[in-house]
Design a protein around this ligand. Sequence first.
Ligand code: EPU
Length: 417
Amino acid sequence: MKQMIIEGNHILTGDILIGGAKNSAVALIPASILANGISTITNVPNISDRDALIDILEILNCKINLNNDELKIDTSSLKNALIDEEHSKKLRASYYFMGALLGKEKYVEMYIPGGCNIGARPIDIHLDGFKALGAQVITENNKYILKADKLIGTDIYLRFQSVGATVNLMLASVLAEGTTIIHNAAKEAEIINIADYLISMGAQITGAGTETITISGVKKLHGGHIQVLPDRIEAGTYIILGALIGQNLKIKNIIPKHLEALTSKLKDMGSNIKINKDNILISRVANLKPTNIKTLVYPGFPTDIGQPMSVLLTQANGTSLFEETIWENRMGHVPSLNKMGANIKVKGLTSMIIGPSQLKGCEVTATDLRGGAALVLAGLTASGTTTINDVEHILRGYENIEEKLTQVGAKIKIKEI
Ligand code: EPU
């Protein structure tokens, strides 16, 4: 188990360089299966989810070459194989091998995907979409078998704008016969990045980033090339950190447009924030105003930034309401924040955060990725020493977090215990 020790209350100043988006990279890596030949992905974040997906590519006999943030994937010796339970369960995004292998091989055998414990996380919308394309879905205990003689393009209406289902159905349909139209598709920036990768392989896709995506099937795809877009959630987490304890903290290599839901809230709260073309400069201020936040699908306030944002709300002067609408279980960090001195009352999917609270370091445990990131922010703001257990959750999605924070003046160490 890994533990993070933070000596808090040091002002953070300097530059934090944002890496490639986790939620894009975790789809781009499996998508490579669809190409014949060598594909290249650059700006790949150095996170443990990347390594878990590379392990699965190796099970499928792909040749991998990882050089810093550049990943080359050669599928010329691809052999379809069972993705065993240990590998399927390591992360949520293993489910992108369903769409990619179904599209390429018309056969997939894998187990239920894993991921953070933030809700029930069904994949019924993905499976219904695969069935609409002509696949047969067999479930045996925890295992899925998906197979088809051929996949035929069709109209698919998603009953929720699911990111995962939108991506999986793009992956499954690029090599299908005829045209697939995904209605009520998710509009996240990551979807555009993934569509661009498939287009670089020769796929025909229009409308990514809107509610209607049209995919005209092609017979074959060649090797592709893509740069992973900047991680808006990593960026958002560090921007909030700047509002908590920054002095001219510069968050670099970002696309400010992807962060508008967050930055407009920070402005409403009275933060000292300056938005430039590809960076944001932020400093803490004494009198933050409380606010109400409701998470929504893109371009609404992102659920993945909700937990870090709750830490900032503990420092506002007054009562804020926070409502989560995407996941049923995104309050796992609240008992730890309250142990550190916050005053947060949870009722179902809503929390009432009464600030300002003086946070004090103590021993806490990360229960999930973004909840863990919230504890890091709280530890850096608190007086005294904070010890965070189960840091593995955080390392799944925040690359080089110890180095990035140390560089701007944080006193932070990760150790194996
Ligand atoms: N849903 C269903 N059935 C489905 C699919 C989704 O009911 O078949 C429900 C989910 O239970 C949830 C909602 O729809 O209530 C949203 O799910 P979505 O499919 O959009 O989420 P996801 O694709 O599983 C991705 C990110 C999440 C992020 C959400 C929403 C990845 C690997 N994960 O999950 O990221 O919260 O989109 O933006 O891309 C994170 O990074 O911390 C994280 C959890």
